[in-house]
Design a protein around this ligand. Structure first.
Ligand code: GDP
Length: 297
């Protein structure tokens, strides 16, 4: 299960302080030492851990907490609030264009789950938002990637726009948007090429597609299992092309939690969705508060 170690450690730590009728600064310090270890062990970014510990400590030793009748419970609430804040606070919905079609660009490294997520997102858009998406195969370097999207399209009975591998991705995006306007598709989801590593050529190509297609959303798909690597990838993509949100995949696995807890704070960009499995219905909106509740039990 995801976050299992972190959940166990935090719950254990908070259990100790919860019932206390009186709390001293030393109690808070001791608790925060354990919280710090738990977060570091979960592979949370060190700077993020430091800031989190500082914020919670300052709030927890405040007069209103210390003098309240249930200081233990107040401290637990502060940890939950700040964990929620760390993950972005509110759920962050998809931004739709005022004038259709809404353009969503999917970016990410190979294997992160970009193409699968494109199919899942289309499913969410059709089911929950009543939209009629057009999927666009813009990975011209891997014929298999185009095929994978076409197979998904068939499976979902969703149209896929493809011009093979001989046309540039920018041109594919241009023609796809024109096609969407003509055929009244209200959302265009562009599945761009991934690479094994972040590189200049990839970023330039993504910038070109971005410039032309003026997307309403640029979703970076990252694999939660890769922890701090995912955070670094998010930082690089955001600096190079500017992302509007993150989709964190493979949260059904036993990820320690580092990516989920660090990405927002490091990039200032929200996690919008989480992937909870390989099937097409396994994409969920990310709710920071629910996630914090799950971690703290
Ligand atoms: P891409 O190279 O980024 O387009 O990656 P793919 O979409 O081909 O996905 C790579 C692998 O990850 C595939 O086997 C997917 O089924 C799998 N995958 C994607 N998202 C999830 C997820 O949320 N959970 C799990 N368990 N597997 C996923």
């Amino acid at each position: 299960m995801a976050f299992e170690g972190l959940a166990q450690r935090l719950q254990g730590t908070l259990q100790k302080i919860k019932g206390k009728g009186k709390i001293s600064e030393a109690d808070v310090k001791e608790m925060m030492r354990e919280v710090r270890f738990a977060l570091i062990e979960a592979d949370v970014n060190l700077k993020v851990v430091k800031e989190f510990v500082k914020t919670v400590s300052e709030r927890a030793v405040g007069q209103d907490v210390m003098k309240s009748l249930t200081p233990g419970q107040q401290v637990v609430k502060i940890v939950k609030d700040e964990l929620t804040n760390l993950m972005g606070g509110e759920q962050n919905p998809i931004q739709f264009a005022r004038k259709s079609p809404t353009v969503i660009m999917m970016v990410g490294l190979q294997g992160a789950g970009k193409t699968t997520t494109t199919g899942k997102l289309a499913t969410v858009l059709r089911k929950r938002h009543n939209k009629k998406p057009l999927l666009v195969a813009a990975d011209v370097y891997r014929p298999a990637a185009i095929q994978q999207l076409e197979t998904l399209g068939k499976q979902l009975t969703m149209p896929v726009f493809s011009l093979g591998t001989d046309v540039s991705p920018v041109e594919i995006a241009r023609q796809a948007i024109a096609e969407a306007e003509k055929e009244h598709h209200d959302v265009v989801i562009i599945d761009t090429a991934g690479r094994l590593h972040v590189d200049e050529n990839l970023m330039q190509e993504l910038k070109d597609i971005r410039e032309l297609s003026k997307p309403d959303e640029v979703f970076l798909v990252v694999d939660a299992m890769t922890g701090q690597d995912a955070v670094n990838v998010a930082k690089s993509f955001d600096e190079a092309i500017g992302i509007t949100g993150v989709v964190l995949t493979k949260l059904d696995g036993d990820t320690r939690g580092g990516a989920a807890l660090s990405i927002r704070s490091v990039t200032q960009k929200p996690i919008k969705f989480v992937g909870m499995g390989e099937k097409m219905d396994a994409l969920e909106p990310f709710h920071p508060e629910r996630m914090a509740s799950r971690i703290l039990g």
